[in-house]
Write a protein that binds this ligand. Sequence first.
Ligand code: GLN
Length: 197
Amino acid sequence: MTIGVLGLQGAVSEHIKQIEAAGFKGVLVKKAEQLEEIDGLIIPGGESTAIRNLMNLYGFIDPVKDFSSKKKPIFGTCAGMVLVADKLNGSDDAHLKLMDINVTRNAFGRQVESFETDLPVKGLAEPFPAVFIRAPYAESAGPQVEVLATYRDKIVAAKQDHILVSAFHPELTNDTRFLELFLEMVKESAKTTGAEV
Ligand code: GLN
């Protein structure tokens, strides 16, 4: 099974390393055609406006929406969470609109650029070492969204159907457990696709 990491901008190589550490094949996705060769897509952290502009430039917006409409799993970390949100606080221009969450960018305050905390996450037996870097959070989520983690009452990890998001950067730790939640989703979806073939 192959996991693609959108390789336009941001924390890309760390994801590839972690995917390989978890025993999967990781590929850098630089062209929209590559979406046809992968089973799951990670949209990494970085700068969401820059990633969006590059997605426009390289023709990624509709192909990623198509990928999602086939129920292929997508995992957005940090800027990736901003990119998949249906609504962005203070902006009319949400990006991919794949998850019913209302996201605030740089939400933990400018003075707190980054921090790490042991975060309880639904589905993980022990807290996860969550690294937040100019992180967003979701203010609210629709009824189909399963909240996986909150920090100070704000949603920082969630799942809706085949879409997973984290406001933190699981790829910046040696702990593969959060990524494995996504890999499970990819395995499940591949089974379904396989059954239809
Ligand atoms: N603040 C960034 C944004 O909104 C996200 C930061 C990150 O991905 N670490 O694009």
